[in-house]
Design a protein around this ligand. Structure first.
Ligand code: KIV
Length: 290
């Protein structure tokens, strides 16, 4: 057991102490190691990998196997951060028993420290069964991208009286079912603030304003790697996409004009080996080189 790892009680304690929880999505070893080095508290192997890594136009095609594969890579890098694995579409909605089995796989085979599920009142029975089985669960209310077809797109939630009422009931259901924290996505800040004040578990916002107990962003958005569109709530903390394209251009030109690689960037051999090389290559062309 890594004594330094961020744990469920630590995340709960951060809310009590008023310390902000910092979460980012992570899908691979290289970026997860950099995030761990930067002391990001929670790495979420989000099903957003369906769009960011796999190039789908929604998260719906992502499978339990996909999440296990990426969770393993992230977990190898995370020395301090808690690793939360997203439960993909239809891995927890059918029966609570299936939810427990699939969540168990994410912990046993993927090495996740916790799982995350979308939904409120409808998902609560599955959350209860998973937490009863000893699996820490992070809820996710507000906009659930897995319901984008029902919602008619990625739309802000909680903007009408009936939607606010449903959102509050969902948040309460998630808390009462035993979740240790919950993501609030795409919700007006006064609504997210009120949920945060009322909830005993930490809230982690994305497009939910500054008053949540923590924040999460998709790493490719905040690094400026994914630029096809930029949601209103995303801040770009770097422009790595532009830098990468510049580097690819420079590489292409260096290969084409012969300035890469130099001899310093190549391997050499001793003179005695060069002599053998000369002798071998002086022989007639039909002689076998051995
Ligand atoms: O999959 C994901 O990236 C998420 C975040 C948006 C919270 O669920």
């Amino acid at each position: 057991m890594n004594e330094k790892r961020v744990t469920v009680p630590m995340v709960r304690g951060m809310k009590k102490k008023g310390e902000k929880i910092v979460m980012l999505t992570a899908y691979d070893f290289t970026f997860a190691a950099l995030m761990d080095q930067a002391e990001i508290d929670i790495l979420l192997v989000g099903d957003s990998l369906g769009m960011v890594v796999q190039g789908h136009d929604s998260t719906l095609p992502v499978t339990v196997e996909d999440i296990i594969y990426h969770t393993r890579a992230v977990k190898r890098a995370a020395k301090r951060a808690m690793v939360v694995a997203d439960m993909p579409f239809l891995s927890y909605q059918i029966t609570p028993e299936e939810a427990v089995l699939n969540a168990g796989r994410l912990l046993k085979e993927g090495g996740a420290d916790a799982v995350k599920v979308e939904g409120g009142r409808t998902t609560a029975p599955a959350i209860r069964c998973m937490t009863d089985a000893g699996i820490p669960v992070m809820g996710h209310v507000g906009l659930g991208p897995q319901s984008c077809k029902m919602l008619g797109g990625h739309k802000v939630q909680g903007k009408t009286a009936s939607s606010v009422r449903a959102l509050l009931q969902d948040a309460l259901a998630v808390e009462q079912a035993g979740a240790f924290s919950m993501v609030i996505e795409a919700v007006p800040w006064p609504v997210a603030r009120r949920i945060t004040e009322r909830a005993s578990i930490p809230t982690i916002g994305i497009g939910a304003g500054p008053y949540c107990d923590g924040q999460v962003l998709v790493f490719a958005d905040m690094l400026g790697l994914f630029t096809a569109f930029q949601p209103h709530f995303v801040r770009r903390f770097a422009r790595m996409g532009d830098e990468a394209v510049q580097a690819f251009h420079a590489y292409r030109e260096s290969v084409r004009n012969g300035s890469f690689p130099t001899l310093d960037e190549s391997y050499s051999v001793d003179d005695s080996v060069l002599q053998v090389l000369d002798e071998l290559t002086k022989q007639s062309p039909d002689t076998h080189w051995s």
